[in-house]
Design a protein around this ligand. Structure first.
Ligand code: OGA
Ligand code: MN
Length: 313
């Protein structure tokens, strides 16, 4: 197996090993797992992807996550990102819920930081690719962490932020997250630094879903979050992947931000994602931190209650 660099200091194309090898061989899995920990984004080209192969490959990396409530194919392990109506084959209108979801995916984010268990890795395969646009862009939160001034790193290492699905969806349309989606996805609180236990590398943990920081007022927190995302994704620090038939990409949600890029609405785009939940082996335990105790509950270990979300744009 060889790795060819594809991004500015992170990201690699894996050559000589494919998805089927990882399914069939412990050694192939170990080699790819090592590359994943190191490079954060792995590209596999010319794969004969089927749902079953993608599923079996994904399972190698840990427990599969169930898709977010309200998304297509909700009851499977597949998150389907498409503008092709599965019932009719027609392209969806720009105001269709799936088209609005695609717009939300075009905000810099990490997958599932708004869930009670965040994601380790997402595996995305291209099934229909538009002739122009529709790229996926990545930025390294690990390299961003290293670029931050030491005083900022010290501040962030022990800071905790709140992530909410309603917040990021609300940036696109006020009611994009339904009441059912909102109630099944209460806000989640995570440390703002994710340390990879394999190599000790730290990464900034912040996303479009982040809406509050403990100990900071909302307006200051939101501008700080925006500033951190802008710093992470500044020109020269990202790379855009132009999809080709047969491409599969996996990324480390602990160590990169990603976003979809727009494409002409009259062109079909169909992507299938599987998502692996993070576990304590992936550094999750440290992300919870200790629960805050209020005077009324001093001594108890209840989780702090989330600050209110503002869901209007
Ligand atoms: C995702 C995602 C962006 C894209 O699958 O999690 O954000 O380019 N995708 O489809
Ligand atoms: Mn995503």
């Amino acid at each position: 197996m060889t790795c060819r660099a594809v991004g500015p200091g992170f990201g690699a194309e894996v050559q000589g090993i494919g998805l089927a090898d990882v399914v069939a061989s412990d050694d192939a899995y170990a080699a790819v797992r090592t590359a994943f920990e190191e490079h954060s984004v792995l590209l596999f080209r010319d794969q004969d992807v089927t749902d079953q192969l993608q599923l079996a490959f994904s399972r190698r990396f840990g427990p599969l996550e169930s898709p977010t409530p309200g998304t297509l194919a909700e009851s499977s392990f597949f998150t389907v990102l498409t503008n092709v109506d599965p019932a009719t084959g027609a392209l969806m209108a720009p105001d269709h819920k799936e088209s609005l979801r695609a717009k939300a995916n075009q905000l810099w984010h990490t997958d599932s930081s708004f869930k009670q268990t965040p994601a380790l890795t997402s595996i995305l395969s291209a099934r229909a690719i538009p002739p122009t646009g529709g790229e996926t862009e990545f930025a390294s939160t690990r390299l961003a962490w290293d670029r931050l001034p030491a005083a900022r790193r010290a501040q962030l290492a022990d800071a905790f932020a709140w992530h909410s699905y309603a917040h990021s969806r609300g940036k696109i349309a006020p009611h994009l997250a339904s009441e059912r989606e909102k109630s099944s996805l209460p806000p989640a609180r995570w440390r703002m630094r994710w340390r990879n236990p394999v190599n000790g590398r730290d990464a900034l943990y912040v996303a479009s879903h982040t809406y509050a920081i403990d100990g900071m007022n909302d307006a200051d927190a939101q501008s700080f979050i925006d500033e951190l995302i802008a710093f992470t994704t500044m020109p020269g620090c990202t790379f855009e992947h132009r999809w080709r038939a047969g491409d599969v990409i996996m990324w480390d949600n602990r160590a990169v931000l990603h976003r979809g890029r727009p494409w002409p609405p009259d062109a079909p785009r169909h992507m299938v994602r599987t998502t692996v939940a993070a576990t304590d082996l992936d550094g999750l335990a440290e992300m919870h931190g200790r629960a805050l105790t209020s005077p009324a509950s001093a001594g108890s270990s209840r989780r702090p209650s989330p600050p209110a979300t503002r869901t209007s744009p």
